[in-house]
Design a protein around this ligand. Structure first.
Ligand SMILES: Cc1cc2nc3c(=O)[nH]c(=O)nc-3n(C[C@H](O)[C@H](O)[C@H](O)COP(=O)(O)OP(=O)(O)OC[C@H]3O[C@@H](n4cnc5c(N)ncnc54)[C@H](O)[C@@H]3O)c2cc1C
Length: 466
């Protein structure tokens, strides 16, 4: 890294918070995807002003920068694939304002999702987005990825719960969009920044909408002999006019992985488990839960039971939350895709994914936010097998084509990151992609904010090879 730039970074955050030792750089060279890239420096700012000072140095020297929360993203978003400066927001972890009467919170970007939930719960409140990574992932990362989670079926994804942002633009200027009020006048720049994956600048503070915790919840657990039947039950439940808080499916490979790592009492001889959570007023729940269970039985679920105790509910949810980690232990490497399809198309898409699995001789563990049609195909492979990554990528490519072919999309919540720009052309025309690029350039004309992410290179998009 240029010596003058490094001096500038040290001045911005203090010598101890600007890391350049090879071991430190290595730690920030990857995230939870397969993408990698070595940064020239890592900085740990403690305030919006320090972030602005860092970004100004990057702008002056034309150095790329990558904002980083907890690095849990699954698409290469926070991997510094073009080198440059990693801006790690872990020291910016304060809740700045808890406005209980108005059900608002103002937080710094590095606040961990579950830490916020734990602060809110005693007040009977929650921040609805609940990614399964919530023990580690930050609100800044959730906002940048427009994260979803099991309960986003009922409440909507992150963008529905963010009212205001403080951002540092790629020029180093600080700007504020939105406010605590419901409907900010002018253009919806909050909506534009949410999900922009760090390519418009660094978000440092956010105004969040909170909601009351439900008075009561009930969980139904159903076991099926085919994945398709479980997928069919999801469509039928929603077609019956119910909107459960969550509808989650795990397949046999995932159940086996969970039971091997975090035994939860799930049967390993079934093909799928469907978790259905309903919530609301105490008296209304029994009827709804029973209707969901009877739809599952009509679709020949081996069993469909209502979990009666909070302990049972917690046991099932912790099985679901541990599923990614457990699956990752099945093989040396895992390529995660989160293609999303209209939920009525789930059964046929599942059939096609099973064919892809057989064709490439791979094991694909499937976990999905089924209510949203958001299908996580976790492709297991061995990096040491020279053909392993190639076959995994070939299978992922085919899965994206299948999803696009049924009017689905290449990512439901994990972002495009570094792994999926080349698949954007399955969803958008060249002109559509160029329109998006023009928006990105308004904020970042020099192309230094998380370059190489989200959009394909102009030449690739122009050739239609993206
Ligand atoms: C086990 C597991 C389960 C998961 N479950 C879910 C799930 O249920 N739902 C879901 O949506 N995702 C899930 N994910 C993916 C991931 O946790 C989310 O994308 C999460 O929002 C990332 O947050 P993070 O703090 O780790 O951000 P990072 O991974 O550090 O960054 C993600 C992206 O956001 C950008 N970014 C981070 N902070 C900022 C900021 N302050 N300003 C601007 N840009 C920023 C980064 O540059 C990067 O592009 C899961 C991941 C794992 C490993």
């Amino acid at each position: 890294m240029d010596k003058r730039a490094l001096r500038g970074l040290r001045r911005a955050v203090g010598r101890h918070n600007a890391l350049t030792e090879p071991a430190d750089l290595l730690l920030y060279s990857y995230d939870s995807s397969t993408a990698r890239g070595m940064p020239g420096a890592v900085v740990l700012p403690a305030s919006t002003e320090e972030v602005a000072a860092v970004v100004k140095v990057c702008a002056q020297h034309g150095i790329p920068f990558v904002a980083r929360g907890a690095g849990t993203n699954l698409s290469g978003g926070s991997a510094p694939i073009r080198g440059g400066v990693v801006i790690a927001l872990s020291r910016m972890n304060r809740v700045l304002d808890l406005d209980l009467p108005n059900q608002r919170a103002v937080v710094e970007a590095g606040v961990v999702n579950l830490d916020l939930q734990n602060i809110l719960a005693p007040h009977g409140l929650q921040f609805c987005p609940d990614p399964a990574s919530q023990k580690a992932s930050t609100i800044g990362g959730n906002v940048a990825e427009n994260a979803g989670g099991p309960h986003c079926l009922k409440y909507g994804v992150t963008v529905n719960h963010v009212l205001g942002l403080t951002v540092v633009l790629p020029s180093g200027d600080i700007r504020r969009f939105g406010s605590k009020a419901e409907d900010a006048p002018g253009y919806d720049l909050v909506g534009l920044f949410v999900g922009s994956e760090g390519t418009f600048g660094v978000t440092t503070e956010m105004v969040l909408r909170l909601r009351p915790l439900p008075e009561s919840t009930q969980i139904v657990v159903a076991f099926f002999d085919t994945l398709e039947a479980a997928g069919g039950a999801v469509s039928r439940i929603i077609a019956a006019g119910m909107v459960p808080a969550a509808l989650e499916i795990m397949d046999k490979a995932t159940i086996e992985a969970v039971e091997a790592s975090f035994p939860s009492g799930l049967p390993t001889d079934v093909e799928a488990v469907l978790l259905i959570e309903v919530e609301g007023l105490e008296g209304a729940l029994d009827g709804q839960a029973e209707r969901c269970a009877s739809i599952c039985r009509e679709l020949e679920a081996r069993s469909a039971e209502i979990g009666r105790t909070p302990e049972e509910r917690e046991r099932l949810w912790s099985a679901r939350r541990s599923a990614f980690g457990a699956t990752a232990r099945l093989s040396p490497a895992m390529l995660v895709t989160d293609a999303t399809v209209p939920r009525t198309r789930l059964p046929e898409v599942l059939r096609q994914i099973q064919q892809i699995e057989r064709k490439h001789g791979l094991r694909i563990a499937k976990i999905f936010h089924a209510g949203d049609g958001n299908l996580h195909s976790n492709i297991l492979f061995d990096r040491d097998d020279p053909d392993g990554l190639r076959r995994a990528e070939a299978a992922a490519t085919e899965i994206f084509h299948v999803a696009a072919g049924v009017e689905g999309t290449i990512t439901g919540e994990h972002g495009v990151g570094a792994e999926k720009p080349r698949f954007m052309s399955l969803i958008y025309s060249r002109e559509d992609i160029e329109a998006q690029r023009k928006v990105q350039r308004v904020f970042d004309p020099a192309g230094i904010a998380n370059p190489g992410k989200v959009l394909p290179e102009p030449e690739a998009a122009a050739e239609g090879t993206a």
